[in-house]
Design a protein. Structure first.
Length: 550
C-alpha cells in the first residue's frame, strides 16, 4: 500500500525569511487559512523568539488552525523552546521544532562547540521540549555536510530523548540528488532506533536541486517533505510544494506515495502568496507560472487539439486552474459574476459580492471583455483588508515630455476634504507627493510595481505599492484601466494601513529577550532619517476642508 507523505509547509517561516516576502500578522493568518484549505499536514508558522511580531503570528495561527499541526522553530536553547511552546501551546496539534547545527564547520565557527557539547545539548534540549510538548521535531542543521557517524549519533540521541520527527536539512543546497538520497538511505539503515521516528527532508535550492533532492530523499525512506509555496525561502529558496506534490501525482510509477494535500488549491494558494507579498510568480515557474499551461507554437497547439496528452502531462484543473467558456462584459449580471468568482475559488459574502460587482461594472464600462485574470486582480485589490481612512475624491495631473508634472489631489477623511498640489519629475511621483502633503505623515517608498493584468491594449493596470514608517512595512494594491488611478488606489491602501497602525500606536512593544529587536530598531532609525532628509519632509500648505468648493 502507498505510504503516506507528510507535507510540512514552511512558507511562513523559512519562506518569510527571504527578502521581499515579509508579512504582517493579518497577512500571515490569511496565508495560514489558505494553507489549511490546501490541506498541508504541518504549518511552520514562524520562529517565535525572533521578534514580538513573530511570536504574535505563531500564537494567532496556533489558535486559529482547526486540523493542521502548528509548529514553531526554536534553537536548542531553553529560552527559545519556552517561547516556542508559549506560542504553539493552544494549537489543536502543537509541535516544537528545535535545531542545532551538526557540521564541524558550523560547530567550530558559529557555535564554538565540540561535537560532545552539541550531543549533550541535543539530549537535554529535546528532552526539555518533549516535557512541554507532545510532539517534537529535531533538525540537524547543515546535516548534508556533517560527519556521517556523528550525524547517526545525533539522530539516535534526539530520538532517545523524545523527538518523533528527525529532519535532515540540506541547509546550503550543496547536495546532489543521488548523494542526498544515499544519505537518507544510510540513516535509515544505520541509526538503530530510526523506526521510532519519521525522517524528514528539508532542501535548499542553491544549485536548483531542492525538489530533486527532496524526491530522492522520499524515495530513500523519508516520509515528511519540508517545502514552501513557490519555493520561496532563504537565498535561492526551498523545495516548492507544488513541484514536489505534482511530481508525486504525475509519476506514481516512481513515487508510490499517498498525500492529503488538495492539489486543486495549489494555484489559488500561489496567487494568494503573490497577492499578499506583491512578488510576481515568474511566467515560466513550474506548475503555477502563467505559461505553465500555455501552448504558443502551432505544432503544440495542433497536438493539443488532437489529444491534450501530447503536450500536457497534467491538467490545469488538477492545480485549480479552471478553464472557462464564459466571457464577462458590461451586460453580465451579478449572478454570472458571482458564479465565475466561485469557479475561480472565491466564496464571496453578500457584502463583498455587491462591492466587487460594482467595481466590475465600472471596469466593464471601459473594457469590453473581462478575463479571469482581470477578475482575480479586482478580487485581490478590492477585498484587501485596508481600512478606509483617506479616500480618493479626485485627481488631475498635467504631464508631458517637456514639462514638470503637476498633480492636484483631493482626498477625503470622514467628511473633510483636503486638497494639495505638487510638482515632480513624473505624474505618479507628483501624486504621491500630494498625498504625503495631505496626510502629514512621512514614509519611505520601498517599492512600486506596475504591470498589465492581461496582454491586450485595454488591459487593466495593476500597481503594487510598498511603503514603510517606524511601525513597519505596509502594502497596497490598486487596479484600474488608468495607471495613475491604479497608483493612487495602491498608495492609499498602503497609507491607510500605515495610518491605522500609527493611530492605534502599534509601535513595537518591549522586545527584550527577542532575537532581532536591535536590528529592527536600528534599521528604522536609518530609514526614517533617510526619509526625512530626502523629499519626504512634510512642509508647505494643504488646502483643508475644501468641501464646499468641490
Ligand atoms: O535550512 C535549514 O537548515 C533550516 C533548519 C533550521 C530547519 O531551515
Ligand atoms: Zn531552511
Amino acid at each position: 500500500m502507498a505510504e503516506h507523505i507528510t507535507i510540512f509547509d514552511t512558507t511562513l517561516r523559512d519562506g518569510e525569511q527571504a527578502p521581499g516576502y515579509s508579512m504582517n500578522l493579518e497577512e500571515k493568518l490569511r496565508m495560514a487559512r489558505q494553507l489549511e484549505l490546501l490541506n498541508v499536514d504541518v504549518i511552520e508558522a514562524g520562529f517565535a523568539i525572533a521578534s514580538p511580531g513573530d511570536f504574535a503570528s505563531v500564537e494567532a495561527i496556533a489558535k486559529t488552525m482547526r486540523h493542521c499541526t502548528v509548529a514553531s522553530l526554536s534553537r536548542a536553547l531553553k529560552k527559545d523552546i519556552d517561547c516556542a511552546w508559549e506560542a504553539v501551546k493552544q494549537a489543536q496539534r502543537p509541535r516544537i521544532h528545535t535545531f542545532i547545527a551538526t557540521s564541524d564547520l558550523h560547530l567550530e565557527y558559529k557555535l564554538k562547540m565540540s561535537r560532545q557539547q552539541a550531543l549533550d545539548q541535543v539530549a537535554s534540549m529535546v528532552r526539555y521540549a518533549r516535557d512541554l510538548c507532545p510532539e517534537v521535531e529535531f533538525s540537524a542543521e547543515d546535516a548534508s555536510r556533517s560527519d556521517i557517524d556523528f550525524l547517526y549519533d545525533v539522530i539516535e540521541t534526539a530520538i532517545e530523548s523524545g523527538a518523533s520527527i528527525i529532519n535532515i536539512p540540506d541547509t546550503v543546497g550543496y547536495g546532489m540528488p543521488e548523494e542526498f538520497g544515499a544519505l537518507i538511505a544510510k540513516i535509515m539503515n544505520n541509526v538503530v532506533n530510526i523506526d521510532k521516528a519519521i525522517l524528514s527532508v528539508h532542501c535548499h535550492n542553491d544549485l536548483g536541486l531542492a525538489v530533486a533532492n527532496t524526491l530522492a530523499g522520499l524515495r530513500s525512506g523519508a516520509r515528511q517533505a519540508e517545502c514552501t509555496i513557490g519555493g520561496i525561502g532563504e537565498r535561492a529558496g526551498n523545495a516548492a510544494v507544488e513541484e514536489v506534490v505534482m511530481a508525486i501525482r504525475t509519476r506514481p510509477d516512481l513515487y508510490d506515495f499517498s498525500y492529503d494535500l488538495k492539489t486543486e488549491e495549489l494555484y489559488p494558494t500561489s496567487r494568494l502568496l503573490s497577492s499578499i507579498t506583491g512578488v510576481a510568480v515568474a511566467p515560466n515557474k513550474a506548475i503555477v507560472g502563467a505559461n505553465a499551461f500555455a501552448h504558443e507554437s502551432g505544432i503544440h497547439q495542433h497536438g493539443m487539439m488532437a489529444n491534450s496528452k501530447t503536450y500536457e502531462i497534467m491538467t490545469p484543473e488538477s492545480i485549480g486552474l479552471k478553464k472557462t467558456t464564459m466571457v464577462l462584459g458590461k451586460h453580465s449580471g451579478q449572478h454570472a459574476f458571482v458564479r465565475r468568482m466561485e469557479e475561480l475559488g472565491y466564496q464571496l459574502t453578500t457584502e463583498m459580492a455587491s462591492k466587487l460587482f460594482s467595481d466590475f461594472k465600472s471596469v466593464a464600462d471601459k473594457k469590453k471583455e473581462i478575463t479571469d485574470r482581470d477578475l482575480i486582480a479586482m478580487m485581490e485589490s478590492g477585498t484587501q483588508a485596508a481600512p478606509k481612512i483617506y479616500e480618493l475624491v479626485n485627481f488631475v495631473v498635467n504631464s508631458g515630455n517637456n514639462m514638470t508634472a503637476t498633480a492636484c489631489v483631493t482626498l477625503k477623511r470622514d467628511d473633510k476634504r483636503m486638497q494639495a498640489v505638487e510638482m515632480a519629475t513624473g505624474p505618479v511621483y507628483a501624486c504621491f507627493k500630494a498625498v504625503e502633503r495631505i496626510i502629514k505623515h512621512p514614509y519611505v517608498l520601498e517599492d512600486y510595481q506596475l504591470r498589465a493584468v492581461t496582454e491586450h491594449r485595454d488591459a487593466l493596470g495593476e500597481v503594487l505599492v510598498k511603503i514603510s514608517d517606524e511601525n513597519g512595512v505596509f502594502r497596497g494594491r490598486g487596479v484600474s484601466t488608468d495607471v495613475i488611478e491604479a497608483s493612487m488606489l495602491g498608495l492609499l491602501a498602503a497609507v491607510n494601513r500605515m495610518i491605522e497602525a500609527s493611530e492605534q500606536n502599534l509601535s513595537l512593544p518591549n522586545q527584550e529577550g527577542f532575537l532581532s529587536a536591535g536590528a529592527k530598531a536600528k534599521s528604522w532609525v536609518t530609514l526614517s532619517q533617510e526619509a526625512l532628509s530626502r523629499d519626504m519632509k512634510v512642509s508647505g500648505t494643504v488646502k483643508e476642508d475644501v468641501t464646499k468648493e468641490l
